[in-house]
Design a protein around this ligand. Sequence first.
Ligand code: UDP
Ligand code: MG
Length: 327
Amino acid sequence: MTEDENQVELSVVIPLLNEQDNLRPLYEQLRQALDGKHRYEVLFVDDGSTDESFNILTEFHQADPRVRVIRFRRNFGQTPALSAGFAHARGSVVVALDADLQNDPADIPMLVSKLHEGYDVVSGWRKKRHDAALTRLVPSRMANWLISTITGVRLHDYGCTLKAYRREVLAETKLYGEMHRFIPALASWSGAHIAECVVNHRPRTAGVAKYGLGRTWKVVLDLITVKFLGSFSTKPIYIFGGLGGLTALFALLFGLLVISQKIARGVDMSGNPLLILTAVLLITTVQFILMGLLAELLVRTYHESQNRPTYVIREVLEAHDKNERTP
Ligand code: UDP
Ligand code: MG
């Protein structure tokens, strides 16, 4: 068994929810694309399907030792499904793709060879997308622009599930919410090299799309979280303190205005709404600073309880004794 484990070079991770009509053609296409080219395993993650999906997967599993199946107790979502797949993957390279046949398994060898050119993540770019224009393409355009601008990692298509990763890169990222799409950004912040490859995209022919417009807002919220964690997770008081500084500045400004109005024009201070604004801003300043201090405590608990360093080391060249001899 251990020998087997060592032999897997590529793990294909496929999250799925109610895709019974897509699974057989998908499996066929995977075999066509990978048989003879890679020593691979396929990890299907059944995210609480209520149709025949799991039975079909059981069939694959019985017939093919390279097929592994993880079945969730209920529907948890695509990101947790991917996470589970990543955690169980044994290959040194991990490729994720959708089960709905929109991604083309024939692209996998290309992504893997690109990865071997020296990248840590190779992201698929669905240059010609076949999805509904209004509910998917337009929000996705905006989301990609926003994510690229805010994370500073420029990709055309963050939402594409078809991506290839080195497994070490995945081991370091924990995924929450809709965050699987941010892996390239998170990895790049830890010093990973990212590349992009144009991949084939096909319209969905069976089953239903599981998402609508609602996802866009979730992605934006995740983006805020990711940016915050990426930039300030070791120094949260800088961002809270920064905001506090801003409110303090405005408090000073309005306070001075109240006083100058009193002196110059005899405006009654206690009846001046600007005085209330000044007071509110002062309270907000104190709140921001206190929130920053609380966050500093949380950060220490987070890093120190798990022995998580606040940096990522690529390699260490240790001191050694040139004449050292082993006894
Ligand atoms: N999926 C999943 N759990 C969910 C929703 C979706 O595992 O809760 C799977 C789904 O079966 C498909 C992939 O995630 O394999 C992408 O879903 P979909 O095609 O609906 O999304 P889109 O292609 O529009 O991003
Ligand atoms: Mg799809």
